[in-house]
Design a protein around this ligand. Structure first.
Ligand code: DP6
Length: 360
């Protein structure tokens, strides 16, 4: 499929008003997306676990307006009008207008809320943009008298979400989603995320992700600035190759359930992401002293107990602690006894891999 397959042949704005609500989760990448071309075309393929608890709920209400000159919309977070969210959404509207030709015919009210605290340092762009993309797909489906297949609905929702924020295209489905063309993964595409099409070992069922909130401050580096650091980066080409190879290696690991090999890839990906930021110009250190303390504690615990707990990181200081479901009790005890002290105000969020977005 190419971009043109997502341009509707005929959509008539025949409905006067209505509303749709979708709830969409965040996701955590195992192989990271870092570096992009225009409109979130990724420089390398990535794969993520979809989360279950960390999600955004978005209600999109629409009403026909007099003219179709320009976009008209308001955004609310937890019931409060958020004019500062508008520029990002307006950019999204501009990128998706050709695929959603009804955009200028309606006034939209976007009401959104997150299950995780806004100030947690957890990025809400993946869950937020995917929820919004799904709401727009529901409008498109309505204007098409319901004549859109589920398969197309999900694909186009992911395609639109990508135009909002790259990683958002991995939040529509679950439990494992691949985004970015990869020769060994059937159906994979730079344009949208696809459900991982092969077998995953039962070791990965209900995999746990406890997010340790080390630093709840504003992001030091926006993702756009971060991705741009990969332009002209001395190690960029090797990094993009490595991501493809890591995904290749994950295919057999996901099949045979070898958690030691899984850990090697996941932790190396997290550290490589941060290494890219430390070796770019300008350079950044996004980990905090507590991030490193947590990593060292996890390594010690693994050595002492043989546990299969590991960590991954986003572009920030918070730590995602990943572990198999059978270790839930012991790892939570370890987190409570040894890691909570490194979290800001002792805060952490328990999550588990999930199956993707839901209409409410
Ligand atoms: C470090 O998807 O937030 O989380 O496409 O510019 O919106 P934009 O970036 P974004 O980048 C996320 C990068 C990451 C790694 C990942 O999720 O793969």
């Amino acid at each position: 499929m190419n971009e043109a397959s997502f341009i509707p042949k005929s959509v008539k704005s025949t409905v006067d008003s209505g509303s749709f609500t979708w709830e969409s989760p965040s996701n955590i990448a195992l192989v990271k997306y870092w570096g992009k071309k225009k409109d979130q075309i990724p420089e390398n393929p990535s794969i993520s676990f979809t989360l279950n608890q960390c999600k955004t709920s978005t209600k999109l209400s629409f009403s026909k307006k007099e003219n179709s000159d320009d976009y008209s919309f308001d955004v609310f977070l937890d019931g409060q009008k958020k004019p500062d969210f508008k520029p990002k959404i307006e950019t999204f509207f501009k990128r998706v207008e050709v695929y959603l030709p009804f955009l200028k015919d309606y006034h939209f009210k976007i009401e959104t809320s997150n299950t995780f605290p806004h100030s947690s340092g957890i990025a809400s762009s993946a869950s937020g943009m995917s929820a919004l993309a799904l709401c727009f797909m529901s409008v498109e489906k309505l204007l098409n008298d319901g004549k859109i297949s589920n398969q197309f609905f999900v694909k186009k929702a992911s395609f639109l979400a990508r135009l909002g924020s790259g990683s958002a295209c991995r939040s529509i489905e679950g439990p494992l989603v691949v985004w970015g063309e990869h020769g060994s993964i059937e159906g994979s595409s730079d344009l949208f995320g696809v459900k991982y099409p092969y077998e995953a070992h039962q070791n990965f069922n209900d995999y746990q992700d406890t997010i340790l909130l080390v630093d709840r401050g504003e992001k030091q580096v926006s993702s756009t600035v971060g991705h741009n650091l990969m332009y002209g980066h001395p190690f960029a080409l090797e990094r993009f190759k490595q991501a493809g190879q890591n995904l290749e290696n994950l295919i057999s690991i996901l099949k045979n359930g070898d958690l030691d090999d899984f850990i090697k890839i996941v932790e190396s990906e997290a550290l490589t992401l941060h290494a890219m930021m430390m070796t770019s110009l300008p350079y950044f250190i996004l980990m905090k002293p507590n991030t490193l303390s947590i990593i060292n504690k996890i390594w010690e615990f693994r050595k002492e107990t043989g546990s299969k707990v590991c960590f991954t990181l986003d572009a920030g200081a918070n730590v995602h602690v990943l572990y198999p479901e059978i270790e839930k009790e012991t790892v939570l005890k370890f987190i409570n006894n040894e890691l909570v002290a490194y979290c800001e105000n002792g805060h952490y969020i328990c999550d588990v891999i999930g199956l993707g977005a839901n209409e409410i």
